[in-house]
Design a protein around this ligand. Structure first.
Ligand code: ATP
Ligand code: MG
Length: 579
């Protein structure tokens, strides 16, 4: 039924996104023109496999793969896996799936920093031999205490002036497993008084008995991220190492290593990371949300992870479009989540087929419609795309409409169904409410209506008008299913700034509706199928969906429900259909 599906296996869609003009592109163009990239432009996306990728990573992926694509170069995927205590194979796999799903391919160029552990060890020895690194017996706390502050210089360790021979011996014995975890480290000998704290004798290696998901127990010392990152780029012949701004202060250190080792130096260029309103972007905190079960997992549709966004019904096209629109800048800023929602709305508006679904059903009996009669009415699949054609929708005596579309005492400006009032049923007839049935609590449980057979197709021959058109499904034919209404996970625009960031979780971020009535064909939609429920929003069939119990997730409402609620952002709005 639908022509827009999210492929859970993550196959690549063809669209090539051209990067908007940006300063990084200009730098690379200059370098190419100056003949600095004789073997072509080489970039890389270097995640640490300690969590799932999120929308911020998408920015970096689109940038790195996009730049390579634009300059006819190549982009590597590299796992920066120097911290075995936090890294897992599950993450390595999800990262690959997500990058592919987003539409990018690294061919056979999947690398791991751990591939370079032997080389990095040799390089550490070389720096020791050059008299520029030493084994320090200080503990992590002592090292911290000696580091100084932004305004005060650090103090030198008493172990700083060990001989080259002693350092070589101790470092080899660190590797051989002679010392306890944390008892010694290898440090670069740079400058404890440097105004840049990254240059105050940074740690290069630590002792850590942890099983690495790739190298197993082969190593009991591991290089620090800073000692691995720049050299890994160098090994891979990366021409442009594109990093987020926090690495600007690390650049002098990376340059120092490359100079000391006399190896190829990529050009590092920093850009501002993506921040999004109402969104937590820290992997550590996202992990907390998963572990403390505030969400159902990394792919919970409320998570800003690529797997969560995918399950929510975001498309790779929408995410690439978003990344292009936000551009690349040198200064930190925060993007409005509404822009991301706008991108997916625009994409789905073009592609998603329209269907009718009643989320909170109210029974309607058409008193003058024959029992047992069924008509197959023509419905338009996508007004934005005539080639999507039409479909047949069954119509019969007993229908369901949205509870919200009826009011016994309609307030001013409520133009939908009310006692005595006439409305249009989408693709069908005018109906008039002639009676209301209530249960013992006085709640309306059924409407008695009549239909006007002359109004099929939506207009009355006598020219009378109705003020509203509402959607419906035939009771006898409808599929019954579950619909999950997702909303922002946080109630405040900048949850990361809250002392109690978990206190800012939106208690209404998920509303599960059961007993929803869906157009019959929706029961056979495969997971990932995307549709528009007319008047309600865009929805995607969830992986939990079965033919017996279809489950749909709301991707996004048709209009921005939050825009008019800016004044009281603590009170999440309710999405209700409008005539
Ligand atoms: P960690 O704190 O675990 O290092 P991280 O978000 O930096 O978290 P990485 O796996 O190191 O995660 O990131 C991989 C790449 O993605 C890096 O180059 C990083 O700069 C980039 N990246 C991470 N977060 C963002 C973001 N919000 N916007 C743009 N790029 C990002
Ligand atoms: Mg990082």
């Amino acid at each position: 039924m639908s022509n827009a599906t999210v492929d859970p296996e993550g196959s690549v869609s063809g669209g090539v996104t051209v990067l908007a003009p940006n300063f990084i592109k200009d730098f690379i163009a200059e370098d190419v023109a100056d003949g600095k990239c004789p073997r072509g432009v080489r970039t890389r996306f270097p995640p640490e496999p300690n969590g799932y990728l999120h929308i911020g990573h998408a920015k970096s992926i689109c940038l790195n793969f996009g730049l390579a694509r634009e300059f006819g170069g190549l982009c590597n995927l590299r796992m920066d896996d120097t911290n075995p205590t936090k890294e897992e194979e599950e993450y390595v796999e999800s990262i690959q799936q997500d990058v592919r799903w987003l539409g990018f391919d690294w061919d056979e160029r999947l690398f791991y920093a751990s591939d370079y552990f032997d080389q990095l060890f040799e390089w550490a020895l070389a720096i020791i031999r050059g008299g520029k690194a030493y084994v320090d017996d200080h503990s992590a706390d002592e090292i911290r205490a000696h580091r100084g502050t932004l305004t005060e210089p650090g103090r030198e360790s008493p172990y700083r002036n060990r001989s080259v021979e002693e350092n070589l011996d101790l470092f080899q014995r660190m590797k051989a497993g002679e010392f306890a975890d944390g008892s010694r480290v290898l440090r670069a000998k740079i400058d404890m008084a440097s105004p840049n704290v990254n240059l105050r004798d940074p740690v290069l290696y630590r002792i850590l008995r942890a099983t690495h998901n790739r190298t197993g127990d082969r190593w009991c010392i591991y290089p620090m991220y800073d000692f691995a990152h720049g050299q890994s780029d160098s090994v891979e012949g990366i021409t442009h190492s594109i990093c987020t701004l926090e690495f600007e202060d690390h650049r002098p250190l990376y340059d120092w290593f490359l100079r000391e080792l006399g190896i190829y130096a990529p050009r590092q260029i920093e850009f501002a990371r993506l921040n999004l309103t109402y969104t937590m972007m820290s992997k550590r905190r996202l992990l907390t949300l998963v572990q403390d079960q505030h969400v159902s997992g990394w792919d919970d549709p409320r998570m800003p992870t690529l797997s969560g966004l995918r399950r929510r019904g975001y498309t790779p096209e929408a995410l690439r479009d978003f990344c292009q629109r936000i551009g690349v800048a040198k200064r930190d800023s925060t993007v409005d989540l509404a822009l991301l929602e706008h991108c997916v709305r625009e994409d789905l508006n073009r592609r998603a087929l329209r269907v009718m679904a009643v989320l909170r059903p109210l029974k309607v009996v058409l008193e003058n419609y024959d029992e047992g009669r069924t008509e197959e009415l023509d419905a338009v699949n996508n007004p934005e795309d005539p080639s999507a054609g039409t479909r047949k929708v069954p119509f019969s005596r007993v229908l369901y409409i949205e509870r919200d579309d009826f009011r016994e005492d309609p307030p001013k400006k409520f133009f939908r169904l009310a006692p005595g009032r006439e409305v249009r049923l989408r693709y069908a007839y005018f109906i008039q409410c002639v009676g209301v049935v209530k249960d013992e609590h006085g709640e309306v449980v059924e409407l008695r209506c009549t239909y006007d057979p002359a109004t099929l197709g939506g207009a009355a021959p006598d020219g009378r008008k109705v003020q509203a058109t509402i959607h419906w499904v035939s009771a006898e034919h409808a599929a019954e299913g579950e619909v999950r209404l997702y909303d922002r996970l946080f109630t405040v625009a900048n949850p990361a700034a809250e002392d109690d960031w978990k206190g800012a979780l939106n208690p209404g971020s998920l509303e599960v509706l059961t007993g929803c009535r869906l157009e019959p064909a929706l029961a056979s939609e495969p997971a990932g199928a995307q549709v528009q429920f007319e008047r309600l929003g865009y929805f995607v069939a969830d992986a939990d969906s079965t033919a017996q119990r279809p489950v749909f997730n709301r991707t996004v409402t048709l209009k921005d429900q939050w825009a008019k609620h800016q004044a009281s952002p603590k009170a999440p709005p309710k999405a209700s259909p409008k005539a």
